[in-house]
Design a protein around this ligand. Structure first.
Ligand SMILES: O=C(O)C(=O)C[C@]1(C(=O)O)C=C[C@@H](O)C=C1
Length: 257
């Protein structure tokens, strides 16, 4: 899909194809992160080994914020599929603006689930995918680099829910208008849910984890990511938060009408 061509952005099939492609990069990033232990020091706002003068927050927060500041100057957050973790700290781009056509509602950038994504990543995903529990000081930098990449990939995937929601709204405006006016959260959730698509995603993830998760040159067939964990992460975290994004986006959809 091409963000300068609105028709391609709101085509549900294109959006789903993009979500499928994102699975690959997310799986490979999980594999990268799984080489390291949990490293709780990186997420602890008051850790003695990782205190940063004049900064309140964890080492990961500090690194992610500075990565985003640089990326904002490279125009990353002008793109409607990118959502910053530190929206109050990013800067104007140095590169000239692209002026993407507006395909989402004007409030779309305010639908920001990154705090929840970061929290869930640290609390639930890290313990699941890490090699073992504990710190390994010499890897703090690598771990932080992996975390930034993974968090940004997960954020992009989950906030794609805004495009899905807009496409679904456009496909049945009378239905969604009624549900939104009635503030019928359960009704919206029911209508945006497609269990067959979800099942397909989970089946495909099992297959991908089986193929990508084993190094073909490794005689012992050691696993780098288990299908069970991948399915658990998608089923319990990625898909549910994507649906929350969809519902939140839709609840405000009639604001300016
Ligand atoms: O593909 C869709 O229709 C979506 O809404 C996306 C998604 C997902 O997160 O992958 C979420 C809800 C649906 O039940 C199916 C899949």
């Amino acid at each position: 899909m091409n963000f300068t061509i609105p028709e391609t952005v709101l085509d549900l099939q294109n959006i789903r194809n993009e979500l499928v492609r994102m699975e690959d990069s997310i799986i490979f990033k999980f594999i990268e992160r799984s080489h390291f232990p949990t490293c709780p020091a990186v997420y602890d706002p008051n850790h003695e080994l990782l205190t940063i003068p004049n900064f309140e927050g964890s080492f990961l927060d500090w690194a992610l914020m500075h990565a985003e500041i640089t990326q904002s100057q490279l125009r990353r957050f002008e793109s409607p599929d990118e959502t910053p973790f530190f929206p109050d700290h990013i800067l104007d781009p140095i590169l000239p603006s692209i002026h993407y056509p507006q395909v989402l509602a004007p409030y779309a950038s305010e639908v920001n689930y990154n705090n929840k994504i970061k929290h869930t990543y640290i609390e639930k995903i890290i313990p699941l995918i890490s090699k073992y529990q504990g710190d390994q000081e010499e890897n703090f930098g690598s771990v932080t680099g992996c975390d930034i990449e993974l968090l940004q990939s997960l954020s992009r995937r989950i906030h794609f829910g805004k495009f899905v929601a807009e496409a679904k709204y456009q496909s049945d405006i009378p239905l969604y208008t009624k549900l939104i006016k009635d503030k019928d959260i359960n009704g919206i959730m029911e209508n945006i849910t497609n269990s067959a698509v979800e099942e397909k995603i989970l089946e495909r993830l099992i297959l991908k984890a089986e193929v990508y998760g084993v190094d073909p040159a490794n005689k012992e067939g050691e696993r780098r990511i288990t299908p069970e964990y991948l399915v658990k992460i998608y089923k319990e975290i990625v898909i549910p938060i994507t649906k929350e994004v969809e519902v939140d986006y839709l609840l405000r959809r009639l604001e300016d009408e």
